[in-house]
Design a binder for this molecule. Structure first.
Ligand code: PLP
Length: 387
């Protein structure tokens, strides 16, 4: 058997929508991207969506639009991909790293409260919905993460790279904070190859992101294609970026969006299979699911191999590879990455849960096309290695 860590689901309307784009004679941002924005915003229940070429671009635009600037301090979990923190550095601001909970790998309200006690002058929080599970956003006693941010005047950027479609209680992620950023990278729950989406209910954030997404130009120059308006009469109001999503990518995104619920259900099937087969292995800690299982996008299925296991994480990954099974690790924490470690003089002992997680962490394959036979093969291999 050869089971890769990640594989994109079989095509639906992708080719047909790409064909529309090719026949239209205009390959970059236009009607398909606008349609993708509208359908995506409707799906998550947000007012505005801005399609871009990666989640990293969306995070950068989000941080810029909420006014993060030189020497500002922004809270970020250490257990994330570098994009969550690097965009803060793009703007000359400083990430302040936080620990996460052991069971969920999420920032909890109590971790956030502690971080705010220990650090003054925090301007914003980049909240990662790790693996596709939502952090605790609001609670009846007003102690959820969104509640704490509102009370302390902290702007909230949600890094939802893993979290589509993800719900907290009965609302989709994308309908809570100031601004939420999604990824459509090749291994994500829906993909455009490379791509991202910024969503917000805030008109000011949307307008700024839209302008900065294309060089700081004050109107949509691609309107020229659909409207025949003169395209040369524009102004540059800020030194913006080149982050727009081409229509070819949006065409794939539209077709993927149509299957988002089906893909999510298939991922849940994989997660349930793993839970049932692996829960009795004493040296494995399964990912804790705090809400209803249907609220989770199941982008990742990260297990933790306990230190009393006869085979530890690194050897486990090699033995799985020898069985033809791809795995990954999400993530080596940022406090252990040389750039952040040296720049901010970071010490592992300040992130005790993250340290414990990282040494034990392995992500198993999880994607819609993974068959029950393949899942059984993976589980048998895990048992062979660990028991
Ligand atoms: C948590 C997190 N944030 C941001 C990103 C960046 O996404 P993109 O590759 O679309 O820029 C990733 C990518 O994997 C991620 O895992």
């Amino acid at each position: 058997m050869n089971i890769p860590f990640s594989k994109v689901g079989k095509a639906g309307n992708e080719l047909s929508y790409i064909n529309d784009v090719l026949e239209s004679g205009w390959l970059t941002t236009s009607t398909k991207a606008f349609q993708f924005e509208k359908y995506f915003a409707d799906f998550v229940g947000a007012r505005y969506a801005c399609a871009v070429n990666s989640c990293t671009s969306a995070l950068h635009l989000a941080a810029e639009a909420i006014g993060i600037g030189p020497e500002d301090k922004v809270l970020v979990p250490s257990l994330t991909f570098t994009a969550s923190a690097e965009v803060i550095r793009y703007l000359g601001a400083h990430p302040v790293f936080m620990d996460v909970e052991y069971g969920t790998s999420l920032v909890s309200p109590s971790i956030l409260r502690e971080a705010l006690k220990n650090h003054s002058g925090i301007k914003a929080l980049v909240l990662v919905h790790y693996g596709g599970q939502s952090a605790i956003m609001t609670t009846p006693d007003g102690e959820g993460i969104l509640d704490i941010c509102n009370k302390n005047n902290i702007r909230l950027i949600e890094d939802a790279a893993h979290a589509f479609p993800t719900k907290y209680e009965d609302r989709y992620i994308g309908s809570f904070g100031d601004v939420t950023c999604f990824s459509f990278y090749a291994n994500k729950t829906i993909t455009t190859g490379e791509g991202g989406m910024l969503v917000t209910d805030n008109e000011e954030i949307y307008n700024r992101a839209k302008i900065m997404r294309l060089h700081g130009i004050n109107h949509d120059v691609w309107e020229r294609f659909i409207t025949h308006k003169p395209s040369w009469k524009y102004d540059v109001v800020a030194p913006g970026f080149k982050y727009n999503m081409p229509d070819i990518n949006a065409a794939i995104g539209l077709a993927q969006l149509e299957k988002a619920d089906f893909f999510r259900d298939q991922r849940q099937r994989c997660a349930e299979f793993y839970r049932e087969e692996l829960e009795k292995i004493p040296v494995i800690d399964l990912p804790e699911c705090t809400g209803p299982i249907e609220n989770h996008s199941w982008h990742l299925f990260p297990i933790k191999i306990r230190p009393e296991s006869k085979v530890l994480r690194d050897a486990f990954i090699e033995l799985m590879a020898a069985e033809g099974i791809g795995t990954s690790v999400h993530y080596k924490p940022l406090h252990r990455m040389s750039y952040y470690e040296k720049t901010y003089n970071l010490k592992p002992e300040d992130y005790p849960n993250t340290e414990k997680i990282w040494e034990r962490l392995v992500s198993l394959p999880i994607y819609p096309g993974l068959s029950d036979d393949e899942l059984m093969y993976i589980c048998k291999a895990i048992k062979k290695i660990l028991l």
